[in-house]
Design a protein around this ligand. Structure first.
Ligand SMILES: NC(=O)c1ccc[n+]([C@@H]2O[C@H](COP(=O)([O-])OP(=O)(O)OC[C@H]3O[C@@H](n4cnc5c(N)ncnc54)[C@H](O)[C@@H]3O)[C@@H](O)[C@H]2O)c1
Length: 430
């Protein structure tokens, strides 16, 4: 059990499986992994540091990645997981195993929905990387399968568990920001290099940038905004407008890195450097959402939430709370440092888990995300990010593409909850 192991043992993932399993065999959660490239491997490391988790099976069509992942598990003293690498559909064999309670999916985007559906149909919780789906049809397939099977599907949106996001959630829920009005958020991350192999060919990410002009990656920033705004739980996204500017970055990168005569430098990429989306909610709130990955810029998710009583800015990590924050010299509202707010309004979940989580990815948020996923599996409860959230946040990918292609026209969000958003309670983050 976790308590019988020292913190370092868990952080380094060196706890022997026998140690972990001791005293809690009946509660051991079996997880199968599909896709252990960069992200899947990082998730696996984090998973192995969680108490009471076993990973007896791993699937990847890349034998090198598969063997690396199997080795990682073995190093913790657990038995070597069975490998599945016989073709692109081999995950279907893995999901049928009886020793699994859940499947974690870290493949390229086009496989997220097919693997999640296979998992749910086999009775296994689906933990799917972002975005969970690429088309509205896939979003509905996830929702319908989860409803029909009664098996939860959680998009593993780790930014929802960032320390500042959770602290801001606490400020929102304790009413410090007043009535919410607007969020400004964005995936602003200079990652255009990941669209090319070292020889200049397109990776799977590059193929999406070649073919589509839209917000390809909305869920990191929209997840926190949706939690703050109680989307699907008292409010819902009704429509969006999306616009894209020029596409420059992919071409510049290819020409500079591989030469002007390289085939990739001659490709015409659809994806704009900057895509901007506006979203309106049923209750009249608004969101500005950016997708900005192709031109050089420091990483910034913005994570700004504004209410009638105050504002939190993730970029600055500062607040202004009306009647509480000191005014500036001119008497105008002025930003206040957040140290005292972290003291007083640190989210209980972060307080409880940040010690053990600290060494995992994204400042500890990856550990907390998987911890919450595993907790739901163990308790046989709904996941905190449910299939409706997974579908709604992912739907921005195709909806923004439709709007961009029609001069920024408003495009409606489907109501994946079929009206349940009116009575659903705010997500329990505890
Ligand atoms: N939440 C986060 O912070 C975060 C960070 C990075 C990536 N991601 C997401 O993780 C996912 C994977 O990204 P990545 O950077 O690890 O990509 P990657 O290309 O490094 O890894 C993908 C892996 O999937 C495997 N794969 C491909 N087809 C398969 C199949 N049919 N069956 C089994 N395995 C298959 C590949 O061989 C590879 O090992 C993406 O959806 C990405 O958006 C999330």
């Amino acid at each position: 059990m976790a308590t019988s192991l020292d913190r370092r043992t868990f952080l380094t993932g060196t706890a022997s499986f026998a140690q972990i399993a001791a005293g809690q065999e009946e509660r051991l959660v079996g997880i199968g992994m599909v896709g252990v490239g960069n992200r899947g491997t990082s998730l696996l490391r984090t998973l192995l540091a969680l108490p009471g988790v076993d990973v007896p099976a791993i699937c990847d069509i890349n034998e090198v990645n598969l063997a690396r992942a199997q080795g990682l598990v073995e190093k913790t003293g657990r038995p070597r997981p069975e490998g599945y690498s016989s073709g692109v559909e081999d995950f279907r064999r893995l999901v049928r195993r009886e020793d699994l309670n859940a499947i974690i999916i870290g493949t390229p985007w086009e496989l997220h929905t097919p693997v999640a559906i296979a998992a749910m149909k086999a009775g296994k919780y689906a933990g799917v990387e972002v975005p969970a789906a690429l088309t509205i049809e896939e979003c509905w397939d996830l929702v319908n399968t989860s409803e029909k099977t009664g098996i939860p599907c959680m998009m593993l949106e780790n930014v929802c568990y960032f320390r500042n996001v959770l602290m801001a959630l606490n400020l929102v829920r304790q009413g410090l920001l007043g009535e919410l009005l607007h969020c400004e958020v964005g995936y602003q991350h200079f990652v255009r290099g990941s669209q090319f192999t070292k020889d200049g060919d397109l990776t799977w990410r590059g193929r999406y940038a070649l073919a589509h002009n839209r917000n390809q990656y909305p869920t990191h920033p929209i997840g926190p905004a949706a939690w703050w705004m109680n989307i699907n739980r008292g409010d819902r996204f009704t429509y969006l407008n999306s616009m894209s500017g020029n596409s420059r970055g992919p071409h510049l990168h290819a020409a500079r890195t591989f030469g002007a005569e390289h085939a990739s430098a001659k490709r015409v990429f659809a994806q704009a450097d900057v895509n901007t989306t506006l979203i309106k909610t049923e209750n009249g709130l608004t969101v500005t959402l950016y997708y900005n990955t192709q031109s050089p810029r420091p990483y910034d998710l913005i994570l700004r939430v504004q209410g009638t009583g105050g504002i939190y800015s993730g970029t600055l990590d500062k607040v202004y709370i009306d009647g509480r924050s000191p005014a500036g010299r001119s008497g105008e509202p002025a930003w206040e440092e957040t140290a005292a707010y972290y003291e007083r309004y640190e989210h209980p979940l972060w307080k409880r888990l940040s010690g053990v989580a600290a060494s995992s990815g994204h400042g500890g948020a990856d550990y907390i995300t998987l911890h919450e996923f595993v907790k739901a599996i163990r308790n046989k409860t709904q996941t905190p990010i449910d299939v409706y959230d997974s579908a709604t946040w992912s739907a921005i990918v195709p909806l923004s593409g439709l709007s961009v292609a029609s001069r920024g026209a408003p495009i409606d969000f489907p109501d994946f909850t079929k009206g349940k958003w009116r009575t659903a309670k705010p997500v329990a983050v505890e």
